[in-house]
Design a protein around this ligand. Structure first.
Ligand code: BG6
Length: 468
């Protein structure tokens, strides 16, 4: 008999994004997305057009192998699978009036497979894959016109899939636009030339579009549960000085603003103060204010790491998932320099729950690591005890947060099958329970192999967390 903090019906599963695993970048009438000019992720400026070195063009060929992959997820006992719809499969340029039927049919087939295995879909509407045409012609979300294009796209999705999909996420890591305007907001103006006025206007457009999608989802599919999706990153003061604590408060505010608008339907006071002090004059219409009142049903987030902050300008910059910070000397780091902090997950879950009192959903968590394919008893596998340890420690802390009273709907590990990294565009940065034979130079058979963590996660799910 095992004990578990995880409630009955807890949604265990894995998460992915179209541009990082599908491949088939021109198949079925698909148009180009910003990812097609980001062969090196966010590590270098975008290219003029598609280049041959872009691993995302083939990804892990989920476009053709989805049935095989979903069967493997089912074998682990997944209750849910998070995937994104590639906007440019549905509207190849983004501003057309009619959707591309072939693109829609692809996701019908994916949903068929999920239904066959009793896996609940969890769909991200926009995950770092704005149609390239919208970036080139409108500078992405800087333009108010994007709200209408996104609305049309979302309406098509809710109409087509609303009876089959209950859980929707409007924008992946919406707060990341502060740090990666092209990746997150489809904004081609280089970050160092982008004014804060334009950046916050773009953010406002996304927030309005997100609320509008929530409204439409509830109208078209009354069963729909719509969530925002945030990067969750607890921020610690490097020292106990009030000056450091104040910097932490400001950094926290810059991120919490996104959740506040999604949950409360209006900008918090600290944001209004920030706009005033920076001389930012947002164009917020009366209609916008009404739309923003369509608040989310739940809050989803990614969690990989915490950061430290200080008022001391001499402290060096930290590495990590987009957000910077300064190095925290108390924490171990991953091979990519991301601070490993399971307790931070419990802390941030408590913070979100106490602040917003809405169900939470952890839709990304995991360890990017270099894996070694080995042969054990004639079977190829990866002995990824480091990944098991990372996930186990984080899940234990999620369980602690549930015991603290937090309402948690589910947990999906990032990259449940190896895929292309978002920040560095590498395949060698692996997160999966399933190893995919593809390398950074594009070589490999694309064969799938179960890692040791595959059985470990299957047991966690089978026991509803009792085996942790
Ligand atoms: C999140 C993104 O920021 O982190 C994913 O939503 C991404 O798209 C994940 O893949 C892990 O980051 P990376 O850079 O290691 O792929």
């Amino acid at each position: 008999m095992t004990t578990t903090n995880f409630p009955d019906g807890f949604l265990w599963g894995g998460a992915t994004a179209a541009n990082q695993l599908e491949g088939g970048y021109l198949d079925g009438g698909k148009g180009l997305s910003i990812q097609d000019v980001m062969p090196k992720g966010i590590m270098s400026p975008p290219t003029e057009g598609p280049t041959d070195d872009n691993l995302k063009h083939v990804g892990i060929d989920f476009y053709n192998r989805y049935a095989e992959d979903i069967a493997l997820f089912a074998e682990m006992g997944f209750k849910t699978f998070r995937f994104s719809i590639a906007w440019s499969r549905i509207f190849p340029k983004g501003d057309e009036l009619e959707p591309n039927e072939e693109g829609l049919a692809f996701y019908d087939r994916v949903l068929d497979e999920l239904e066959k295995h009793g896996i609940e879909p969890l769909v991200t509407i926009s995950h770092y894959e704005t149609p390239l045409h919208l970036a080139q012609t409108y500078d992405g979300w800087v333009s108010r016109e994007l709200i209408g294009f996104y609305e049309r796209y979302a309406r098509v999705l809710f109409t087509r899939y609303g009876s089959r999909v209950k859980y929707w996420l409007t924008f992946n890591e919406i707060n990341s636009v502060l740090h990666a305007p092209l990746l997150s907001g489809g904004i081609l103006t280089p970050k160092d030339q982008l004014s804060e006025q334009d950046l916050y206007q773009a953010i406002h457009h996304e927030l309005v579009a997100s609320a509008l999608a929530t409204k439409i989802a509830h109208e078209i599919a009354p069963n729909a549960q719509v969530g925002c999706m945030l990067i969750a990153m607890p921020v610690y003061p490097l020292t106990p000085s009030p000056a450091d604590a104040l910097v932490v408060m400001d950094v926290d505010h810059s991120n919490l603003m996104f959740g506040d608008v999604h949950v409360r339907g209006e900008y918090p006071g600290f944001a209004l103060r920030l706009f005033k002090e920076k001389g930012i004059n947002l164009n917020i219409t009366d209609e916008d204010r009404e739309i923003l009142k369509n608040t989310v049903d739940f809050i989803s987030f990614s969690y990989y790491m915490s950061i430290a902050e200080t008022a001391d300008p001499a402290a060096g910059a930290g590495e990590g998932n987009i957000m910077g910070g300064v190095p925290n000397p108390t924490l171990e780091k991953s091979e990519w320099g991301w601070a490993i902090d399971p307790v931070g997950l419990r802390i941030v879950m408590n913070q979100f729950w106490e602040r917003w009192q809405k169900p939470l959903f952890i839709v990304e968590n995991g360890l990017g690591a270099k894996d070694q394919l080995v042969e054990v008893g004639g079977v190829k596998t990866v002995e990824d005890d480091y990944r098991i340890a990372y996930l186990n420690d984080h899940l234990v802390q999620a369980g602690e947060a549930i015991a603290d009273g937090v309402d948690l709907l589910g947990y999906t590990t990032w990259g449940c099958i190896d895929l292309v990294s978002a920040s560095t565009a590498q395949l060698s940065k692996r997160y999966g329970f399933i190893y995919v034979d593809r390398n950074d130079d594009g070589s490999g058979t694309l064969e799938r192999y179960k890692k040791k963590s595959f059985d470990w996660y299957a047991e966690v799910i089978r026991t509803n967390g009792g085996s942790l």
